[in-house]
Write a protein that binds this ligand. Structure first.
Ligand SMILES: *Cc1c(COP(=O)(O)O)cnc(C)c1O
Length: 374
């Protein structure tokens, strides 16, 4: 399969990822196989063919897993959502009495899962800021990094944390949602597990929910597969197919999103009427040095503070191109006032996700909307 050749560039790998070999008369990407149950061999039963029942396995899902696995550089299992993937990974690895280090400033539902379910199961959780400092990893079972963190855009040095964590016997998982496998490949940097939401920039059309876990560890993979089969949080065949279709354009989408974010960050940096501007690609940003050394490209997400919820409302009301919406990484530029969801951010804090619109149009609209909101 061409998509699995490591010497190809991102665009080539994305276009070919997970596609079957060419067969005359067959499509490039086979259509979704919508089946809960399949014909079985009357005598051999499920031993005779790959497909038997839709929860453990589905051919459309297998191709998507092949595709994402080739991009991450490991074996992949897809889940119904990012949270299904993350909770699956945590509950596969952690046992009563274990200690886990989770991001203090990452995706906030993970903190709810930690203080609720994990604490009730007898897992001790310590929250660590993404930018560090990281405590001793002695006695820790799992360190989960989210880098760049959502929504604060701090960056952790994956290789450095993995080296120290492994020396202490801890496993390392990296939430790769914001970066995508084109932004960084955590397994190559030493992580044991990648967890991610495919709902965001990976698929990028704001039309499906997806999660995945990737690993090179066959024992972890087997346990995760078993967890998914028993927990049942699988993505449907149609969503899996839509996701795979979207992967082909990921290189193009991310390139424009990143270029738009660079222009937006430069425009925002000139304005005295906002504060707290963050974009890891901006020289001078606290994340710049580690991001420049670790990441292959910088995501299209910028954050800043407009001072009040009211001003954010006026800004979004005045913009013609920036949709008020949560989530990020889609082809349409959107902005989210994170505090309204209970995220631990100031009331005027905005996470802006740059889409693939023309850069000049987006920057002009942003400037006009900010002026109008003053
Ligand atoms: C959105 C997100 C998730 C959760 O993904 P869902 O697909 O919404 O379940 C997890 N981690 C990060 C960093 C996210 O941004």
């Amino acid at each position: 399969m061409p998509g699995t050749r490591p010497e190809y560039g991102d665009g080539t790998r994305c276009v070919h990822a997970g596609l079957p070999d060419a067969v005359p008369g067959e499509p490039f990407l086979p259509g979704p196989v919508l089946a809960a149950t399949y014909h079985l061999d009357p005598v051999e039963g499920p031993r005779a063919a790959a497909n038997g029942y839709g929860r453990p396995d589905n051919p459309t899902r297998r191709l998507l897993e092949e595709a994402i696995g080739s991009l991450e550089g490991g074996d992949c299992r897809v889940f119904a959502s990012g949270m299904a993937a993350i909770s699956g990974a945590l509950l596969t690895v952690l046992r009563p009495g274990d200690t886990a280090l989770l991001p203090a400033d990452g995706y906030y539902p993970l903190r709810s899962l930690a203080t609720g379910t994990l604490a009730e199961l007898g897992v001790t959780v310590h929250f660590v800021p993404t930018a560090g400092p990281y405590p001793s990893f002695e006695g820790v079972r799992l360190v989960l990094l989210e880098t760049p963190s959502n929504p604060g855009l701090d960056v952790a040095d994956i290789a450095a944390v993995a080296q120290r964590a492994h020396a202490a016997g801890a496993l390392v998982a990296v939430d790769n949602t914001t970066a995508t496998p084109l932004g960084q490949r955590p397994l190559e940097l030493g992580a044991d597990l990648v967890v991610a939401s495919g709902t965001k920039a990976l698929t990028g059309h704001a039309d499906l929910l997806l999660g995945y876990v990737a690993t090179r560890d066959t024992v972890l993979l087997e346990r995760l597969t078993s967890w998914r089969t028993l927990g049942g949080a699988i993505p449907g065949a149609f969503d899996s197919w839509l996701a795979h279709r979207s992967l082909a354009t990921m290189d193009l989408r991310l390139a424009r999103q990143s270029a738009n974010a660079a222009a937006v960050a430069a425009a925002l940096a000139q304005r005295p009427d906002l504060s707290g501007l963050r974009w890891p690609g901006l020289p001078g940003d606290p994340s710049y040095a580690v991001a420049a050394q670790q990441m292959r490209r910088i995501p299209g997400i910028v954050s800043f503070d407009l001072g009040s919820a009211e001003r954010v409302g006026r800004f979004l009301g005045a913009s013609r191109l920036i949709a008020a919406a949560t989530s990020f990484g889609g082809v349409h530029t959107s902005a989210d006032r994170r505090e309204q969801w209970g995220d631990d951010t100031p009331p005027g804090f905005v996470r802006l996700s740059c889409g693939v619109e023309d850069t000049a149009d987006l920057v002009a609209d942003l400037r006009a909307a900010l002026d109008a909101s003053r």
